[in-house]
Design a protein around this ligand. Sequence first.
Ligand code: NAI
Length: 336
Amino acid sequence: MPYKITLIPGDGIGPEVSAAAREAVDATGVPIQWETAELNADIIASTGQSLPQHVLDSLERTHVGLKGPVTTPIAGGYTSVNVALRKRLDLYANVRPVRSLPRLVTRFSDVKIDMVIFRENTEDLYSGLEHEVVRDVVTSLKVITRTASIRIAEAAFGFARQTGRRKVAAIHKANIMKLADGLFLRCCREVAARFPEIEYREVIVDNAAMQLVIRPEQFDVLLLPNLYGDIVSDLAAGLVGGLGVVPGANLGERDAVFEAVHGSAPDIAGRGIANPTAMMLSAALMLDHLHEQEAATRLRSAVETVYSDRKHLTPDVGGHGGTREFTDAVIAALKT
Ligand code: NAI
């Protein structure tokens, strides 16, 4: 029986990179029946729903999605489809492995970076609770709950134990947000106590940002509330070659949606030069989730082979190739 997977191409570079990832997954030989669910800025604008029913219906059937980025209007317009999807399906854990790729020249090429970010995905300042108190005075509510903090901490420590990682760092600003980040930290400490073999420490977010740039190799698993997780993920992506190379998984109890860290990149959309690495590595995480570890490992190795060869890379990582050329090279590497 083939796996049923919802493929959400998205918009901007989404259709280009998700088609590339789909081809790469198909080339692994894992039988998949793709169910395409269109979701983009035009559909959202015309239906007036940030989360159209056909997307939910498909995910309801498949429980697993591979999703391209979707544009969100800035300072106005509809609410983020990504935030809506994560909340609606209760995809509470956003997991982002950030690893150096072989022979990729970055400012940090001489350091081996291998960290995994666990970002809480459902609350914090993304609760969307904003209010204009009086003209020109706005409040935005930061919501932190014990339930969400405990489960993201359990996800991070559980992953560390399962994969043999040794350290978890909780990132916070509890010196200023004593109640909100204070609760988050208390929950992290409570869970840490149940994992005595894992070294636990706490780092204030501004210091964490500096430490990540100065000595990124010190980090193993990072555990963060939503907003810091969002910002730190992009920072960490910059350490290993940029947004084009970092994958992600949104995990809930029942459903899972895999997507790159990057957005719809309107500046390069339709030009055939988007880097599909992040989507392909997100697809590899999806294969892990389906317990197709052997295929996942082969896909990751094929991507690494293409980086080692350096001949077919896209411009964002210093190459001269396009999305098609990179994809063909990965598929060729999968076949050898
Ligand atoms: P972005 O990630 O789309 O682009 C930032 C920069 O990175 C751009 O210069 C872009 O060309 C480059 N870049 C990103 N992905 C790349 C790739 N695969 N290959 C080569 N270069 C790549 O971030 P931006 O510009 O802040 O957001 C654009 C739109 O995407 C916004 O509407 C935003 O809301 C949305 N977005 C959607 C996400 C999602 O659907 N999960 C996540 C983040 C942003």
